[in-house]
Design a binder for this molecule. Structure first.
Ligand code: HEM
Length: 458
């Protein structure tokens, strides 16, 4: 039995994150088992919020739709009444899921996928890429005292005909306080709810729907410069039936020039293999995700141009080459090897007195000490500390300083700066003489598990 799930083409930060949240993410735990809250259920509150957010869509102008404008629309009397609305947004805020490329609107849609599934409804194929509004939309949520003609007209404006309206209302309302969950299983519920979630402003384009976890997803490589070598950390998520025990090998070739790798490439076996936990949606797929980790030591002079993997199922079948659709996983000199967060030189710091933690980030930049150079971090914090919606992430610009404790070495200079442990993503930028290098969407959580933590008591 072979697994033939869709192929993931790296790098695609949005798709990779969407796959991870859909099949491994913890948001699903908040609605596991269709739990009650107040006189209703959490899933019902999440789905109602998604509909009310989407209900601003106007098919004639292409404006509105699922865009998180609901964050600014909660003071509209009858339309968005109820504690379930701010509570739902608070659930989403506290899960720290938004990123610079995945906003609250994508979280609202993801929440509906989990909510519907947890109450016995169908799996809704998930697309990401929504764009968050910065203000409220028109007040076009249908109200119960309006007549049928008004409801029909409002749904038409939202892109749904009369039959679809009846279907969508039925699918949504079986999630509420009443216990008639049966109609969620209507075949059409999945289709109608998917359309509801994918009703977005006409200027927005969504990813193709994700229906299954991708085969072979790699972790973005993490680098460190150490004593004439690059240390490269990466990992490959492999899905396989439980009756095989594959071995996975990483290969790479160097930059043209001084070759130290044989013509077949340098290679190393995985340093560890660990089962990954899929969430309730992921488990339904029925395969075991395993993460194979790699730590490659690469001669810094011959360097690396691309890498790939060989998955051997050890069952007599030919090994599977995982090479990103033929190109390999390419590391360009600029920016990947010219500017990187140095994972071994960076560290976690625990302040024992206050029991707080922060990260001391060290950035390696190609250049010599005499170069005129500056470096900055843009730090992204997903969780808002606001007590009521809108819950908005914050970004902070941090000027880095030359790092005394990491003097220039191997053609690199090292900058440092501290970021709070509530930061999840970093953009890094450095200018050396007249050259600017930038790295976007560095995943702090993914890096944090490789950091050394030091404890200090002042
Ligand atoms: C003519 C259109 C609609 C009208 C007039 C309407 C009206 C209402 C009203 C009055 C409530 C009770 C709110 C409360 O007091 O908590 C409600 C609940 C709900 N509605 Fe709608 N609705 C409409 C369409 C939809 C659609 C299309 C969906 C989703 C697909 C939806 C999903 C829900 C859910 C899940 C609840 C239960 C919320 C909870 O129990 O907290 N509704 N709706």
């Amino acid at each position: 039995q072979s697994v033939s799930n869709p192929t993931f083409q790296w790098p695609n930060t949005l798709l990779k994150y969407a796959d991870k949240q859909l099949f491994e993410g913890q948001l699903s735990e908040l609605v596991s088992g269709c739990p009650p809250r107040e006189n209703t259920t959490i899933p019902a509150q999440w789905v109602r919020l998604a509909y009310h957010d989407m209900a601003t869509y106007d098919v004639s102008t292409g404006a509105g739709g699922l865009d998180a404008s609901i964050q600014y629309e909660l003071n509209r009397g009858a339309q968005n009444i109820g504690e379930g609305m701010p509570q739902t947004l608070s659930d989403f805020n506290s899960d720290a899921l938004v990123t610079p490329f995945f906003g609250m609107a994508d979280v609202i849609a993801l929440g509906t996928v989990f909510a519907v599934s947890s109450c016995g409804g169908p799996f809704i194929p998930y697309s990401a890429g929504r764009v968050d509004a910065t203000e409220g939309g028109p007040a076009t949520v249908p109200e119960p005292q309006q007549d049928l003609a008004t409801h029909i007209q409002l749904f038409q404006q939202q892109g749904f005909n009369q039959t679809e309206m009846i279907g969508l209302v039925a699918c949504g309302h079986t999630l509420g306080a009443s216990d008639k969950r049966i109609s969620l299983r209507f075949e059409t519920c999945g289709t109608l709810l998917q359309r509801m979630l994918n009703t977005v402003p006409s200027t927005v384009s969504l990813t193709d729907p994700i229906t299954e976890p991708f085969n072979y997803v790699i972790n973005d490589p993490l680098l460190s410069y150490q004593n004439t070598t690059f240390i490269l950390l990466t990992a490959l998520r492999v899905l396989h039936p439980t009756d095989t025990s594959p071995t996975v090998t990483m290969f790479w070739v160097d930059q043209e020039g001084d070759s130290v790798c044989p013509s077949t490439g340098c290679s190393i076996p995985s340093s560890s293999s660990d089962p990954l936990a899929f969430n309730e949606i992921g488990i339904q797929v029925g395969v075991t995700p395993i993460r194979y980790s790699f730590k490659a030591t690469i001669d810094a002079t011959s360097s690396i141009s691309n890498f790939w993997f060989e998955v051997n199922n050890n069952d007599g079948s030919d090994p599977i080459i995982v090479d990103n659709g033929g190109t390999g996983f390419v590391l360009e000199q600029d920016p990947a090897l010219s500017l990187f967060v140095d994972i071994d030189r960076s560290e976690g710091v625990v302040l024992l007195d206050s029991n707080t933690e922060f990260f001391r980030i060290v950035v390696a930049v190609l250049g010599d000490a005499a170069s005129a150079s500056t470096a900055t971090l843009t730090a992204f914090t997903p969780i808002s500390t606001a007590t009521a919606p809108p819950f908005l992430p914050t970004t902070t610009l941090i000027n880095l300083i030359l790092d005394d404790s990491n003097p220039p070495e191997g053609g690199f200079i090292f900058f440092t700066g501290n970021v709070s442990n509530s930061v999840t993503y970093l953009d890094v930028s450095a200018t050396v003489d007249d050259t600017t290098y930038t790295v976007q969407n560095f995943d702090v959580n993914a890096a944090a598990q490789f950091l050394t933590f030091v404890e200090i008591s002042s």
